[in-house]
Design a protein around this ligand. Structure first.
Ligand SMILES: Nc1ncnc2c1ncn2[C@@H]1O[C@H](COP(=O)(O)OC(=O)CCCC[C@@H]2CCSS2)[C@@H](O)[C@H]1O
Length: 332
């Protein structure tokens, strides 16, 4: 097993691009291990509806990245106190993969540090009934990634705030995250250590089984290819938000002008259908608004742009534009 040096990068989009690049292009005759730590971010599962998983307002205000990964499963929060491990190996041929094979060595090292970690369910690692790690897998062709988080000293109040969703009625076939009680590994250590020391102990522990330790440094050309994958995929709204399974939103609110009831259907991240109902006395037909919105990405900035020239008062009487935009976008 060769250890991949990520050169200390903490941009989640770059780290996920590096991981996917290694999966697809590195030597298939050997296994690799990669560690990465991300600055504050939410990492969404492959088949999730991003908007259903995040607190958009909080994320915008606090500059938290939102990135979709290639593996399935739920949404997790990362910060500099969370260490990710990733095994890149040949596919073991099983359709429902064997998480145990990859979590067992990590659990063994944690146990040796005096932390009573155990695998629970199919893919969570728990200590005292609290989750300290979530794992996921992805395979393509001959190769697969088995990766997981390790909450070491993450800011736990951020986890709940960033993942708390405010959106009213939203319906989709997207994979829903499974909320758990979480804890940091550092709470269970008798002698406090730094993240750097934890990382090194984990690395040494994982290699204990006698294998020679070899580190791989990417060439300049390989880094360039990783940056290209980042730019072509992980940096894009289309991948992080647009790729969500189709969903629909129903929102209604009573204003002084009357009640407005809104139904929006979103496919591939774009509004495919929109209906505005209400008991207001509009002067102009609301179908004008509906047609302005069709085809627009379901995104605050894009919706605001699409309705830039709309005079809300001509349709709803005494209603502020901001109130209408908030209704469409889901801010209460
Ligand atoms: N960082 C982290 N680690 C463990 N558990 C977390 C974390 N952040 C949030 N949570 C809790 O897990 C649930 C979601 O659990 P759920 O089981 O739905 O999803 C997962 O575990 C996915 C793990 C993906 C691991 C990848 C490895 C490298 S990149 S991300 C969430 O609602 C919180 O309660």
């Amino acid at each position: 097993m060769i250890f991949i040096d990520n050169e200390g990068h903490t941009n989640p989009k770059l780290n996920l691009a590096l991981e996917e690049y290694a999966l697809r292009h590195f030597d298939t005759s050997t296994d690799y291990l990669l560690f990465y730590i991300n600055e504050p971010s939410i990492i969404i599962g492959r088949n999730q509806n991003t908007l259903e998983e995040i607190n958009q307002e909080y994320i915008d205000d606090n500059n938290i990245h939102v990135v979709r990964r290639v593996s399935g499963g739920g949404a997790v929060y990362h910060d500099l106190g969370n260490l990710n491990f990733s095994f890149i190996t040949n596919h073991d041929g099983k359709r429902i993969s064997n998480f145990k094979k990859f979590t067992a060595p990590v659990i063994r090292v944690l146990n040796n540090m005096g932390v009573s970690a155990e695998l629970k369910g199919r893919n969570d690692i728990l200590v005292n009934e609290k989750k300290i790690s979530g794992t996921a897998q992805f395979s393509t062709g001959k190769r697969m990634i088995s990766h997981g988080t390790l909450l070491f000293d993450t800011d736990m109040s951020e986890v709940t705030k960033a993942l708390q969703v405010k959106m009213s009625k939203i319906e989709s076939k997207g994979h829903k995250s499974v909320r758990s009680r979480v804890a940091n590994i550092s709470e269970f250590l008798k002698t406090p250590i730094s993240m750097e020391a934890f990382k090194n102990q984990l690395l040494v522990g994982l290699y204990e089984a006698s294998e020679p330790f070899e580190t791989y440094k990417l060439t300049e050309a390989e880094w360039q290819a990783v940056y290209k994958l980042k730019a072509d995929k992980y940096d894009l709204w289309d991948w992080n938000f647009g790729r969500s399974p189709k969903f629909n939103i129903q929102r209604n609110k009573r204003f002084s002008v009357g009640e407005i009831d809104l139904r929006i259907f979103v496919e591939k991240g774009h509004i495919s259908e929109c209906k505005v109902f209400g008991d207001f006395f509009g002067r102009k037909p609301v179908s004008d608004i509906e047609s302005l919105l069709i085809g627009v990405p379901y995104d605050k900035v894009e919706i605001t742009k699409a309705l830039k020239n709309l005079s809300v008062k001509e349709y709803f009487g005494d209603l502020e534009k901001m109130e209408f935009l908030n209704l469409i976008y889901g801010n209460d």
